[in-house]
Design a protein around this ligand. Structure first.
Ligand code: PMP
Ligand code: GLN
Length: 397
């Protein structure tokens, strides 16, 4: 055996260090303001934190039940009924996971055979491609491109062409990271009809379900709520974004018992369980009154507006963000030709870190000049970043 050779299995070799880890390390090394990786710089609701501390100090520190503690499964089901009118049986149709990331991986590994095809929209969240590759499945990306008004759209013919006899599932993220796009009813209807025509499952990543801004062209619509979709959709979300606790990694999957069970069969051998004292705390958070959720959204919307205006002022061509933690911008007007190059040198030039979105495309050309900024930061941090960008001569990327 040649120990010099790369021991990594072939199917994982195309995947290096995640761009988020690379860019956060760059921020630490250079002392730059980190608007790369999407994590808030303030804590979530105090009731949730107090509940976690209490659970930790009162002995809830051993393995929770495999599917998650009953109180959290009940809270997840109640939350989906309350906000989206979706009914799931907490006993059979809800599974608690180690973040949305594990739910997505376990669902793909549990549902897709080698050679099966997974339709997804690019740019896609980076774990999607890796999870599809781990399953030996094949991704069939459909490209989102900025339209004349700036909203990211897909070509319906391209979507139809991505479906075929080997399509096993469609993996849909709305609100969408990194574009900030919120899929509207017409777009979701096209996806739903194709799923039914090709008898495919849908796995939906809805971690930004509570971050759709008031000026978005559509509110959040779970695909599972569209006609014919509840029975074939596994709906995934997590606490990280909604409750500003991205380090806790408490997520969940809901859907028909057969899909939840298939996901569970894989999940039990990945982590088995996680976060015993955090699970009751997330149950508390899910039950917070409506004004928590609207206040959270309004706070992020104000910061989106602040960063959007600041980036435009610094010379970026900013694309509208309807939801999530993120806004994208085109660097062409600043003389930038390549987002990766632009982002690798931005910390030295301006003291700010952003993420190049081309790394989330198979068709790198489609995203070459687009970069993503996170606005889930305190207003003074955003103001500092904008001042640095204005002072630093962004236009040498
Ligand atoms: N999906 C998307 C679109 C995300 O942006 C993120 C996280 N940042 C995740 C999944 C992962 O969620 P979690 O941290 O709950 O695993
Ligand atoms: N979801 C976060 C983002 O998109 C980062 C998650 C991660 O680092 N894996 O920035």
């Amino acid at each position: 055996m040649d120990i010099e050779a790369d021991p990594l299995v072939r199917r994982m070799r195309p995947f290096g260090t995640t761009i988020f880890a690379e860019m956060s390390a760059l921020a630490v090394r250079t002392g730059a303001v980190n608007l790369g990786q999407g994590f808030p710089d303030t804590d979530g609701p105090p009731e949730m934190l107090a509940s976690a501390a209490e659970a930790l100090m009162s002995g809830q520190n051993q393995y929770p039940p495999g599917p998650g503690i009953p109180a959290l499964r009940a809270a997840v089901a109640a939350h989906q009924r309350r906000f989206w009118g979706l009914d799931y049986d907490p006993e059979r149709e809800v599974l608690i996971t180690a973040g949305a990331t594990e739910a997505i991986a376990a669902a793909i590994l549990g549902l897709a055979e080698p050679g099966d095809e997974v339709v997804c929209f690019e740019p896609y969240y980076d774990s999607y491609a890796a999870s599809i590759a781990l399953a030996g499945a094949v991704r069939r990306p459909v490209t989102l491109r900025p339209s004349a008004g700036g909203r990211y759209v897909f070509d319906p013919a391209e979507l139809r062409a991505a479906f075929g006899p080997r399509t096993r599932l469609v993996l849909l993220n709305s609100p969408h990271n990194p574009t900030g796009k919120v899929f509207d009813r017409a777009e979701l209807t096209m996806i739903a009809e194709l799923c039914q025509e090709y008898d495919a499952y849908a796995v939906t990543d809805e971690v930004y379900e509570h971050l759709v801004f008031t000026d978005a062209s559509s509110g959040h619509l779970p695909l599972a709520g569209l006609p014919g979709m509840r029975g074939r959709t596994l709906r995934i979300s997590s606490a990280g974004k909604t409750f500003s606790c991205t380090g806790w990694k408490i997520g969940w999957a809901s859907g028909p018992a057969a899909l939840v069970t298939a996901t569970m069969r894989v999940k039990q051998f990945l982590t088995y369980v996680n976060g015993a004292p955090l699970q009751p705390a997330v149950a508390v958070a899910l039950g917070l009154p409506d004004d928590y959720y609207t206040g959270f959204r309004d706070g992020l919307q104000a910061r989106r507006d602040q960063l959007t205006a600041g980036l435009a002022d610094a010379g970026f061509d900013v694309l509208p963000s309807e939801g999530t933690y993120f806004v994208t911008a085109d660097i062409t007007g600043l003389g930038g030709r390549d987002g990766v190059e632009f982002c690798r040198t931005l910390p030295q030039r301006c003291g700010v870190v952003a993420v190049p979105t081309q790394v989330f495309y198979d068709d790198a050309g489609a995203g070459r000049r687009l970069v993503r900024f996170a606005f889930c930061k305190r207003p003074e941090v955003l103001a500092d970043a904008v001042a640095r960008l204005r002072a630093g001569g962004t236009h040498r990327g």
